[in-house]
Design a protein around this ligand. Sequence first.
Ligand SMILES: O=C(O)CCC(=O)C(=O)O
Ligand SMILES: [Fe+2]
Length: 434
Amino acid sequence: MDAFLRGTKRKSASTAQESAQDEDEDSTEVKLAMLASLYSNISQEVLLDALLDNSGSVDQAASSLLDVQMESPKKSRAMTIGSQTSLRSFASKSSSIEGSGTAKKPKLLSKKGTTLYLYDPKDIADHTPCSIIHNFLPQEEANDLLREMLEESKSFERVTFKLFDNVVQSPHTSSFYVATDTEVNTQKHEYFYYGGRLEDVRRITPQLLRVRPKVKEAVNKEIQTRIKTRYPDGKKLRYQCPDEWMPNAAFVNCYNGPHENVGYHSDHLTYLGPRAVIGSLSLGVAREFRVRRIVPKGNNNKLTEDGDAQGQISIHLPHNSLLIMHADMQEEWKHSIAPAQAIDPHPVAGNRRINITYRDYKSNFHPKFTPRCKCDLPAILRTVQRKKDNQGRYFWMCHRGNVPGKENCSFFQWADFDDDGIPSWGRERYKGAV
Ligand SMILES: O=C(O)CCC(=O)C(=O)O
Ligand SMILES: [Fe+2]
């Protein structure tokens, strides 16, 4: 943090570990998160512009944004929720396959500095690693779930974590749900998030349970459609698990009012494994889900050459829509819920939006199996995203440093998965079972 604020350059990385940590700390997303915590009412797009204009210096970007904030909301671009950019103005002649590292690279329609607004399910599937189902649940079922979650959300809390030397709080509230009391206990005592334990883990509620089989069926169907229609040779991606997707855990987020948001990030793969799929149900106020492809840095590491190089895409998420983040998402794209200038209140939820991300926690990635760092904590699974060298490689590292007052140890280990994303200890487990 200090290094960013003073604009000091860190030493060039010499080992794989340093390179990976450098990758982690240097990311535009961390800088964006820092700016967003200072200016929660300015859009991510404007924050990113400010970073680019100031060659990646958070310090200078922060001062320049002071003026933006004083000037007028004009530059913060009020968005009409639900608007869609005409695709004709972005028309591309190439018919591309949305893909992974191994797939043919799609010709992206969004351009540097622009946002492409998408609503139509076909456009979303064509141009992002996501698919969407509108009006997913019968109306009454959606409202029952919404009402239940609004009640639950009264006791949701902000997550506190450390961003370098600063302690920050998530700009929205959340909680975590699993199926049984035993799992609640395991989650509280054996799993680690942001280098520490989760205190608020809850037993799945009646409405979450009622909806779960429908999410499971729809997501599995969407996975198969995506494989057949968009992946090279109609085959699953390398490291993607071929097993049926089983939603056994759910993070629930509440965004109370237009300014609550979540900054650009990729979801943690530590307990989901590589090429994870996530089913994300939106209820209440419609908000914008922004996605952008991670563009690796060239040799000179200049932010101006890689940040926002291909623009961002905004997906409109209305009440009762199920968004599926497919296997080509977390490793190669970032996503966020942008702060809004204005929202349309929802008849049941008022200014609040509830989001439920159903996830498949894999038994092979239980912390009793995954590598432990020198602090004796289960390590976190990351991907090299922004360095051209080793891009896409997975590694395990310490994440103790996310806890206020603690530092990361030097633990680093490249991860080894077979083509189905099974780690070496998982292969041993299967052998043992036969
Ligand atoms: O609220 C959303 O739609 C996204 C939430 C999210 O990205 C997350 O929980 O990781
Ligand atoms: Fe996420």
